[in-house]
Design a protein around this ligand. Structure first.
Ligand code: IMP
Ligand code: MG
Length: 181
């Protein structure tokens, strides 16, 4: 597995430090809010970041997950998103913090945010561990962002290639020959 990694982009220590910073910032921002906070992870990629992040959040919160799949035409995201697992709570009058592994084209998060707004969520923010601004196609920005990264395919700390590498403790660049073969 480690042989498929070209280089470590973000070390385990740097990830933990950043998650502490994001958790502190989120805790400050939501402190004293009269509404309930729902931390909503987007499966599967966000699960490692999510598990670490919620333990740095000091305000009361609930946790839910949604699973979505985006249809890709070749390497381009089509923007058509299918909900595989939905939440069964009424988002009205709650604050939602969507947690994502990586903001790439942004089409998935744009779709999800619009869907939750249609359901009358009162306030929606986005926390993403990684951001690839060079590839943005949708008009969407993260409220909390861990690291801006170049346009390289990365794996580890929850992120996969063909469902593998999620268990690496760091974020690494995958050797191109792995997905070219
Ligand atoms: P988008 O923002 O709608 O294009 O899709 C974002 C999703 O694409 C993420 O949640 C990941 O599942 C996946 N993705 C995008 N870039 C990478 C990457 O470099 N490594 C692993 N998954 C990625
Ligand atoms: Mg994902």
């Amino acid at each position: 597995m480690e042989n498929d990694i070209l280089k470590v982009l973000i070390s385990e220590e740097a990830l933990q430090q950043k998650v502490r910073e994001l958790g502190a910032q989120i805790s400050r921002d939501y402190a004293g809010s009269p509404r309930k906070l729902l931390v909503l992870g987007v499966l599967k990629g966000s699960f490692v970041f999510m598990a670490d992040l919620i333990r740095q959040i000091t305000v009361p919160c609930q946790v839910e997950f949604m699973a979505v799949s985006s249809y890709h035409a070749g390497v381009k995201s089509s923007g058509v998103v299918k909900i595989i697992k939905d939440i069964d709570i009424d988002p009205q009058d709650i604050d939602i913090l969507i947690v994502e592994d990586i903001l790439d084209s942004g089409l998935t998060l744009k779709y999800l945010k619009d869907l939750l707004l249609q359901r009358h969520a009162s306030n929606i923010r986005i926390a993403t561990l990684l951001d690839k601004p060079a590839r943005r196609a949708a008009d969407i920005k993260a409220d909390y962002s861990g690291f801006e990264i170049p346009d390289e395919f990365v794996v580890g700390y929850g992120l996969d290639y063909a469902e593998s590498y999620r268990n690496l403790p760091y974020v690494g660049v995958l050797k191109p020959e792995v997905y070219e073969k």
